[in-house]
Design a protein around this ligand. Structure first.
Ligand code: ADP
Ligand code: ZN
Length: 528
């Protein structure tokens, strides 16, 4: 069967109906397509599932010449090409994983002008031979998918993407459409600068996913918290995803979920290929499964009925978190996201950044992203608003679909509590972890307390008014505020930073979320 190039006199609407079977454009698609049809370049910012593909596929099919789509992900490339070919579009992919024989065939088709849409990896595209070849052909457009890969501001930087800057110089008359789902204002400016799009418009689509109810909570009893969440979020037929910070934790989590009677699988990059394929297949097939996974799980999953996504560990940035929770509720039906976090997560992430081989500039960026993530987790105000602000989108004061809006937390002047904890840290010589410090504050004469004579400290017993959970909350919020560091490389001892000074001197008040301080966990009540 021969695939035909479409007659180019088709209008975008006609192509949308006939080829893709959609009734109309969505959101800003029509505007973007019209802009490219008129020869314009630009940057499209739309969340995953927002409908970015049509923004370049439709004009590529309507404009004369070959449409070139740069994509870094071979699996996604193959998916899109297969889908297009099924609609009768002469699409092909060219990347390094392609068997030599197939690559030759793709090139033959290209040379005959039999290809309408070419998906290509950035390293293939920027080869001299490829560019010279393209320079001799009529081109409909360049689409640069996952455009954030060009920016060093973030985790997705791909050196191969840097070479794409020369498209602007070599093909000044061909429209270039860059597309991304993950873009905070700084990434946006970086992408525009790198790809020569500073004079071109930015089309920002709706990042809000109003059908996802967002909850975040300190991690106290992880399993009990996840159980309660699943009970609330699961509809018995859809899927759920639990993101874990480590590979080992995905396995442990899948194990206890199975023991709890769930059909749970685990997924991480270290699994044998057949186990990964099996997990993907079971997930894609529509089984009512729970996937306990690292962030390695997610690329290219397009299952509409993921009912919930839980994070047992703090994600590294608002962008990653948004992308991961965005896998829930693609069908538009109600879905839920749960974020659990602890002071240790924040400290560990800070430590990893400090120890990474990245440049100082990159580390600064990573810290800023992490801080943004922590502020979403610890925020007493609407979480969706803070999240959307990270993408440069303004949102109403209250979304009505997050825990902070539904049950606004009470704020509490925690200055005295913060001072007590900080002074316990200082008086014990910054050598102890939180457990021991809480024993001192709550006046418990443990062996360790007696051994170090800490029952004779002035701070001994001054914190009986707060539960152990509450003290953990105070510590976490002080870590989030940057007043305390957790020495993860040693034994998790707490170390005050410069930011602790104004608090200790009473020059700075510390407002804490009251619920963390009041809600004592059952084990605390038993001890109290
Ligand atoms: P993105 O690349 O932004 O993640 P996709 O281009 O894969 O999103 O589109 C997500 C889903 O939305 C796809 O299933 C697609 O068919 C559907 N879609 C996109 N645009 C429209 C439209 N105008 N009408 C109906 N469905 C659409
Ligand atoms: Zn809200």
């Amino acid at each position: 069967a021969r695939l035909e190039s479409l007659p180019t006199e088709d209008t975008p609407e006609a192509v949308l109906h006939r080829v893709f079977g959609h009734a109309g454009f969505r959101g800003r698609q029509a505007e973007i397509v019209a802009h490219v049809m008129a020869g314009g370049s630009g940057l499209v910012l739309m969340p995953t599932g927002g409908g970015k593909s049509l923004c370049f596929q439709v004009p590529a099919l309507c404009r004369p010449g070959l449409g070139v789509v740069v994509s870094p992900l071979i699996a996604l490339m193959e998916d899109q090409v297969a889908a297009l070919r099924q609609q009768g579009i002469a699409a092909a992919a060219l990347h390094s994983d392609l068997p030599e024989e197939e690559a030759r065939e793709v090139k033959r088709d290209l040379a005959r002008g039999a290809t309408k849409l070419l998906y290509i990896s950035p390293e293939r595209l920027t080869l001299d031979g490829t560019l010279d070849f393209l320079a001799r052909r009529p081109l409909a457009l360049f689409a640069i998918d996952e455009a954030h890969c060009v920016s060093q501001w973030g985790h997705h930087f791909r050196p191969e993407y840097r070479g794409l800057g020369l498209l602007a110089e070599r093909f000044p008359t061909v429209p270039r459409l860059a597309l991304t789902a993950t873009a905070d204002p700084r990434t946006v400016e970086d992408i525009r600068a790198q790809l020569g799009l500073t004079e071109s418009p930015v089309f920002r689509g709706g990042f809000d996913r109003p059908n996802i109810f967002i909850t975040a909570a300190p991690r106290e009893q992880e399993r009990a918290q996840l159980r309660a969440f699943i009970k609330q979020a699961s509809d018995g037929t859809g899927a759920g995803i639990v993101y874990c910070g480590t590979r080992a934790k995905t396995e442990q989590t899948a194990d206890w979920l199975r023991a709890d009677g769930h059909d749970a699988l685990c997924f991480h990059a270290g699994l044998p290929p057949e186990a990964k394929r099996d997990a993907h297949r079971r997930f894609a097939r529509g089984d009512a499964v729970i996937m306990a996974a690292t962030i390695a799980f997610g690329m290219g999953i397009d299952r509409p009925d993921v009912r919930w996504v839980a994070h047992l560990d703090l994600p590294r940035s608002p962008e990653s978190w948004y992308q991961e929770i965005g896998r829930a509720g693609r069908d538009g039906l109600p879905a839920r996201a749960l974020l659990l976090y602890g002071a240790g997560d924040i400290a560990l992430a800070r430590h990893r950044i400090a120890e990474s081989p990245a440049t100082e500039e990159q580390k600064r960026i990573e810290r800023a992203r992490l801080d943004a993530m922590v502020s979403i987790a610890e925020s007493p105000t609407c979480r969706r608003r803070i999240l959307l602000r990270c993408f440069g989108e303004d949102a109403p004061e209250r979304c009505g679909a997050c825990d902070a809006c539904l049950t606004p937390p009470h704020l509490f002047d925690g200055t005295i509590a913060a001072q007590k904890l900080l002074s316990a840290v200082l008086r014990t010589g910054r050598r102890f972890g939180l457990g021991h410090l809480v024993d001192i504050l709550r006046g418990r004469t443990t062996d360790k307390v007696a051994q170090f004579g800490h029952d004779r400290l002035p701070t001994f017993g001054v914190g009986k008014d707060l539960s152990e959970t509450a003290w953990r909350g105070v510590a976490r919020q002080l870590v989030a505020l940057g007043a305390l560091d957790v020495a993860v490389e040693n034994h998790g001892e707490l170390v005050p930073t410069d930011a602790a000074k104004p608090i200790l001197k009473g020059e700075q008040r510390v407002m804490l979320r009251a619920e963390t301080l009041v809600a004592a966990a059952p084990r605390d009540r038993a001890r109290a």
